[in-house]
Design a protein around this ligand. Structure first.
Ligand code: 4NP
Length: 146
């Protein structure tokens, strides 16, 4: 799960997918990262933690890290939150296999539309609720596909 700062959207996506996989007894490796390095080492944004806590998911212990080229080797599927993240991830790809792993996450629920998960960082709590519902639907599709 990849966004820009790895403190709002992608840690929420990581937490949602972890919970769903655990509940369904599916054993998969899940992680998140940011294309930028501004928040490396930080815990998720308080508003993301609060929104997830309302839904019974604790992401307070996560720490931001930056996406690196080795993530193409570690993971089979890489989900970008928005078109800028998508382009930045692809700019690090080395071959067609790397490229084939990258998907705009909302294309799981809105095929071919290349919609972005709106960045909630500069808005209020309601933006985080919207992000939660979008990611919850998309993560459900990921587990149906696995
Ligand atoms: P994220 O949100 O990419 O969903 O973690 C952001 C976090 C921080 C900033 C931008 C977006 N920032 O500009 O610092």
């Amino acid at each position: 799960m990849v966004c820009l700062g790895n403190i709002c959207r992608s840690p929420m996506a990581e937490g949602i997918l972890r919970k769903k996989a655990f509940d369904k007894g599916i054993n998969i490796e899940i992680d998140s990262a940011g294309t930028g390095d501004y928040h490396v080492g930080e815990h998720p944004d308080k508003r993301a933690v609060e929104t997830m806590a309302k839904c019974g998911i604790d992401i307070s212990d996560l720490r931001a890290r930056q996406f690196t080229v080795t993530d193409f080797d570690e993971f089979d599927e890489i989900y970008a939150m928005d078109d800028s993240n998508y382009k930045n991830i692809l700019s690090l790809s080395r071959n067609e296999l790397d490229e084939s792993k990258v998907t705009m996450i909302l294309n799981l629920t809105n095929k071919g539309e290349n919609r972005s998960v709106p960045d909630p960082y500069f808005g209020g709590l309601d933006g985080f609720d919207k992000v939660y519902y979008m990611l919850d639907d998309a993560c459900e599709v990921i587990l149906q596909n696995n």
